[in-house]
Design a protein around this ligand. Structure first.
Ligand code: ADP
Length: 416
């Protein structure tokens, strides 16, 4: 039966010995975070007021204030600026921009139009297809949607309302099939630093299968979401969802068992991993300048000892086509750490535990900062205040708000 991590009671840190790393988990709804932290000997608190912690874990998105209020020895599990690849419209825009210069390098993302701004270009494209008598399928996704919500398939993009706030994407209609079902890969990626950019890919993850056998899109099956979408949130409601909990069976499997199966059936797994790594790095390069810029503006990013203040687990959704080419569909910056099955519990606990280990959180970070503060107050060092005062918090916040409004205005102008 379903396995869930035991709930960890929230408590104030005051009663806990000071020589233990403290993690504030008030911002996450996943018990597995506190459990993984406990395995590493950390003390977890689900009390929002427990600000004297070494690390914050938040499901996201992180409010600007939270970044600005961070003390310079504290870490947080997100990078500012990562929205540039995790929002569907932003990822599509960044890829479009990159393709102008490097078309061949960025061919791992299906052709995409961001509506309403690209409605005219999409109309031209469909007119061209009509002239050539080609019938193509498109998948329409709300800009800020998730878990398959609001997604539909169409072969008549002309019928999409010009005002719709959605992305329209070429539908990859020849997916790699597993036992006759479409599937996608959830790859967990850890970013531990942006300067230099350090990216680690977890060896295990999930393979999610649809629950109706796949047939190429046609007038008769376009609405069959359990055939065309692989989201667990959609397929788990199907009577055909296979709850077999063995790693290599059922509608949810481990990535490692899938790779073993691929190898046994004669596929080149080493080459596949190399391609997956390649597209992960290229996708993160899109976010890189935005992260650096946000760190500069907020004057956060590195602890006094040079360690990164941010780390982030990203959930890459990767679809394989029938030739085993990987395609990036989406990047989730708050991947679900729900643990409906033992398999989830096992993999997600390991991912979080490894991330906390690799984030390199140590008690000495705080001591180093306190030493720097003492030196600064004696005038030995030329430092900006480590803890933002209300005054400079307000001015930094205004600066960031202004920057965000400018970006929002820019997006709005593009979509008008
Ligand atoms: P959401 O964030 O709502 O889950 P996704 O972009 O991940 O949206 O799409 C949901 C599912 O739809 C994917 O898991 C995949 O099965 C299917 N899908 C998405 N885009 C494509 C595409 N371009 N071609 C084929 N299938 C797709």
């Amino acid at each position: 039966m379903a396995a869930r991590g035991a709930k960890t009671a929230g408590r104030r840190f005051g009663k806990i010995s000071t020589d233990v790393i403290r993690i504030n988990v008030a911002g996450t709804r996943y018990y597995v975070v506190a459990n993984a932290a406990a395995e590493l000997g950390m003390a977890a608190s689900s009390d929002d007021g427990a600000t004297d912690c070494n690390v914050y874990w938040i499901d996201g998105p992180v409010p600007l204030e939270r970044y600005l209020e961070l003390r310079s020895y504290q870490k947080i599990n997100h990078f500012p600026g990562m929205g540039e690849i995790s929002r569907k419209d932003a990822l599509a825009r960044n890829i479009q921009r990159m393709r102008k210069e490097n078309r061949r390098e960025y061919n791992f993302y299906p052709g995409t139009w961001v509506l309403p701004a690209d409605h005219g270009v999409l109309s031209q494209h469909t007119a061209r297809l009509r002239r050539r008598r080609q019938r193509k399928t498109f998948i329409v996704k709300p800009h800020h949607g998730s878990m398959g919500n609001g997604i539909y398939l169409t072969q008549s993009p002309d019928a999409i309302l010009p005002s719709e706030k959605a992305i329209v994407q070429e539908y990859l209609d020849k997916p790699f099939l597993l036992d006759g079902f479409k599937c996608d890969l959830r790859i967990y990626v850890l970013v531990t630093s942006c300067k230099p950019l350090r990216i680690l890919v977890f060896k295990d993850g999930l393979v999610r299968l649809s629950t109706e056998r796949y047939s190429p899109p046609s007038d008769f099956n376009l609405e069959q979401m359990c055939m065309h979408l692989t989201n667990y949130s959609i397929n788990r409601h199907s009577a055909s969802f296979d709850t077999d909990e063995r790693d290599d069976r059922g509608s949810k499997r481990t990535l490692s068992s899938f790779m073993v199966w691929l190898h046994k059936t004669g596929h080149n797994v080493v080459e596949l991993w190399a391609k997956i790594h390649d597209i992960i790095v290229k996708t993160l390069i899109l976010a890189y300048p935005h992260i650096l810029h946000s760190c500069t503006v907020s004057r956060h990013g590195h602890l006094p000892n040079g360690k990164s203040q941010f780390f982030e687990i990203l959930g890459f959704d990767v679809l394989l086509d029938h030739t085993l080419q990987p395609w990036v569909l989406e990047v989730n910056r708050s991947p679900s750490f729900g643990t409906d099955a033992d398999l989830d519990l096992h993999i997600k606990t390991a991912v979080i535990r490894d991330a906390l280990k690799l984030a390199n959180i140590s008690l000495s970070d705080k001591l180093t900062e306190e030493a720097c503060q003492r030196q600064a107050s004696r005038g030995d060092l030329n430092l900006t205040p480590a803890t933002p005062t209300p005054d400079n918090t307000t001015s930094l916040l205004n600066k960031l708000m202004l920057q965000q409004r400018k970006q929002a205005g820019e997006l709005q102008r593009r979509s008008d």
